[in-house]
Design a binder for this molecule. Structure first.
Ligand code: NAD
Length: 443
């Protein structure tokens, strides 16, 4: 199929490259010239496992290209996947500004197109957004009728940053919210050959399913982390507890997101929980459980800060800055928040994060760092040993191989001169063994 992908961020550039690798012809569209130029040069605009090689391959073969020209992309495709951002607005509600804008642009281009085109929304959006807001915009700007002249569907994305290419080729499920059967058929054909069950459902069910997923992930992490805090206070290894808890076959609980540790973050879980709670409040529905997931998460950030403050030391090395391993994504990263609190209290901080540094060098997240986090950008070093040498307290927020290698228990810190604050449960039991200066978050 000929596909246009709107928005070349974490979801869009992975979808574009993977669909091209599946044999489709794909054109990526973004308003951000840097991302379009990176793809044109065969480079991925995000740091993710395998995405660099895959993008280079599909651009070289001609299966993927990129442009800023909406009309040209629509003219050259049968289906559009909309992957623009839906960030939190100031009041916690979901911002649909980018979705509205791109729908207007696609609609205007559809007016000049011959042949049926299907518009598929992959962005996360609350129930009602597609049918009540975006579909009328598409119809108005095109002068056409949905379901007759063009197709519409919602196809939420379930990829996890860090493993998103793998997740694309082995999805947990494919959810197709179809406005009409013909639109659903088009989406189903896009993913033909991929494993996993396909659910063809009404549009609002597809929209809401994504919120069920993200709210449940947040809830699981909050549950595991609170359990971890209590276990630690009672001198119990929470990971041993979870091993036993999860082994219960009758409970049949997936271990994903159930390892006690540090606060969660990223561009999805916090904003989708906020969006869901906001929507519930507007509908006058009381949701005490869902409303307390983010406050529970905040506690783990506070605890990490308190552990650092309790050392009485001022020179801190922070290892990891992105919101989770395997990505350069800094949006709502709890490590960014921790760094900002430390800076705010006058700590002398240095930071190491290989993915963030690589992305900055490529230019992908340079604008984000320079625009929003220039104070942290200055503290980033590309040398593990320099940051170790600076640190009286090493805060381990990622399981980066270079960081783990530098933590060799027999060489590094053998005399216990540094404090290690472990936010990730270091894989090496030797390092975790009670020694002066080791503090684990939930164990
Ligand atoms: P992102 O911010 O990384 O990328 C969005 C891109 O859209 C940006 O490059 C931006 O320049 C571009 N854009 C904005 N307006 C545009 C327009 N009019 N035309 C073309 N491009 C435009 O966002 P993301 O993380 O990829 O997330 C996209 C959506 O997918 C969100 O709704 C998010 O909630 C959802 N989602 C994200 C993930 C994830 O792991 N990041 C997973 C599942 C779902």
């Amino acid at each position: 199929m000929k596909i246009s992908v709107f928005g070349l961020g974490y979801v869009g550039c992975v979808s574009a490259a993977c669909l091209a690798a599946q044999g489709h012809r794909v054109v990526g569209v973004d308003v951000n010239r840097v991302k379009v130029d990176l793809i044109a040069a065969g480079k991925a605009p995000v740091v993710e496992e395998r995405i660099g090689e895959l993008t280079a391959e599909v651009v070289a073969s001609g299966a993927l290209r990129a442009t800023t020209d909406v009309a040209e992309a629509i003219a050259d495709s049968d289906v559009s996947l909309v992957c623009v951002g839906t960030p939190s607005a100031a009041n916690g509600s979901l911002s649909t500004t980018y979705l509205e804008r791109v729908s207007e642009e696609i609609g205007a281009a559809l007016a000049a197109k011959t042949g049926r085109h299907t518009v598929v929304f992959r962005s996360t959006m609350l129930p009602g957004t597609c049918l009540d807001l975006l579909l009328p915009i598409l119809e108005k700007s095109s002068g056409l009728t949905a379901g007759v002249d063009f197709g519409v569907a919602v196809n939420p994305e379930f990829l996890r940053e860090g493993t998103s290419v793998r997740d694309f080729f082995d999805p947990p499920k494919t959810v197709i919210g179809e406005f009409d059967a013909a639109s659903g058929d088009v989406v189903a054909a896009l993913y033909e050959g991929l494993p996993g069950e396909v659910f063809r459902v009404p549009v609002p069910v597809a929209e809401m399913t994504k919120y069920a997923d993200n709210a449940f992930h947040g809830l699981k992490i909050a549950f595991a982390n609170e359990l971890g805090s209590v276990a630690r206070a009672l001198n119990v290894d929470s990971h041993r507890v979870m091993d036993v808890f999860l082994a219960d076959r009758k409970l049949n609980v997936s271990p994903a997101y159930l390892r006690p540790g540090f606060a969660f973050g990223g561009s999805c879980l916090p904003k989708d929980l906020r969006g869901l709670v906001y929507a519930a409040r507007r509908a006058d529905v009381s949701v005490p459980l869902l409303s307390h997931v983010l406050p529970s998460n905040e506690e783990h950030l506070k605890r990490a800060f308190e552990f650092i403050a309790a050392t009485g030391r001022r020179r801190i090395g922070l290892f990891g800055l992105s919101f989770k391993p395997g990505t350069d994504d800094l949006r709502e990263s709890p490590l960014v928040e921790l760094a900002e609190r430390l800076l705010g209290k006058g700590y002398d901080l240095r930071i190491y994060d290989a993915n963030v540094t690589l992305s900055r060098l490529m230019g992908a997240n340079r604008e984000y760092i320079e625009g929003r986090l220039p104070h942290l950008g200055e503290l980033l070093s590309n040398s593990v040993s320099d940051v170790m040498a600076h640190a009286e307290v090493c805060v381990i927020g990622c399981r980066d191989d270079a960081v783990l290698a530098a933590l060799d228990p027999n060489g590094f810190n053998a005399a216990g001169e540094r404090v290690i604050i472990d936010l990730v449960r270091l894989p090496d039991a030797e390092l975790r063994r009670e020694r002066p200066g080791y503090v684990g978050l939930g164990w």
